[in-house]
Design a protein around this ligand. Sequence first.
Ligand code: PLP
Length: 399
Amino acid sequence: MNNIINSTGPAQRPARTIHQEPAPTIYLDYAATSPIDPRVLEKMLPFLSNEGYGYANPASSHAYGKKVAEAIEEARSQVAKLLNVNPATILWTSGATESNNLSLKGVAHFYQRFGKHIITCQTEHPSILDTAAQLSREGFEITYLKPNSQGLIELQHLQAALRPDTILVSIMHVNNETGIIQDIGAIGSLTREREIFLHVDATQSVGKIPIDLQTLPVDLMSFSAHKIYGPKGIGGLYLNDNPRVRLIPQMHGGGQERALRAGTLATHQIVGMGKAFELANAEMDKESRQMLHFRDKLWTGICNLPGVHLNGHPEHRAPGILNVRFETLEKEKVLQHLTRLAFSSASACVSTTTETSHVLRAMGLKNELAHRSFRFSFGRFTTDEDIDTAIDLLTSSPT
Ligand SMILES: Cc1ncc(COP(=O)(O)O)c(C=O)c1O
């Protein structure tokens, strides 16, 4: 809202009004989505233009189509390079929600003759939990592991849950609300020993922490462009070719993406995603140090306030996310005071509802404490001044 201030000039002169721009919003919600990097936008624009060849369909056999197909394959290689895999193992999808749906339903439907048991975790993203619920309505049996109070899965719980009819384990890498990093290497060793497929939702880890799929025992991995400065509505799925993962497709049509995901490819988004992954690969080391600096600076600035506690494990956390509970504060009053800060008072996907976080409740937090928890997340365009202002606002919040 603009503040309108009347000047106190001479009575005969018309009153002068000064429109004060509101102070700019400080964006600390990178885990919900990130702004597009200008270098990504630049890469995308020719594919949205009618000049040149960029508008052509990459499935067309004419010269324009072939050029666009080359750009698509370059992007596939950029994505594959970040994960250290063969480009042929990457499928384009519309985002991590679709990749998660395709992974769970695709594997369940293909391998159901070997068993109908699937294991996942209570703290997964809704695109896993709701897909698992759908499979349960179709007759699959789902075990939901409960994490410990710091958000980590206990390996012995997973071990005890594995059964001869288990066909898939799906565990997220970095939690979108708390930033907790699961030990995918150890989980994958257990699933590989038993020849059970492991799917990993890596939407919050890809491009932020190193992932090497030559050493990490993962069979399917979901990811998205818009969490790492790429466009929304585009994502990918890694499908291991050794051991080979088979899927029943969920989308049927023109045979694109090895007939596993039909539909004309979203060329501008795909080239943007490729560029975003290339940049993440080049800048990950520097950026993760920077995010760690912002996370620790914000925490140091507020941790001595009364009733302030960190949610989640103090070490096994991604650098870009800080989840804090303010036990003694009145949430509505605090939110009114913090309107300059764009952050999350629930996960982005549920912030339109008044439900408290299923993630924090699964970690054992009572409803009223989960309700007083906030997620701050940092990224490429965060500055020290942003964090200073956030600390000032948080430390002067009403109680
Ligand atoms: C962990 C996780 N999985 C899946 C998704 C869904 O991703 P998309 O928006 O690409 O569908 C998100 C987005 O918030 C996420 O954080």
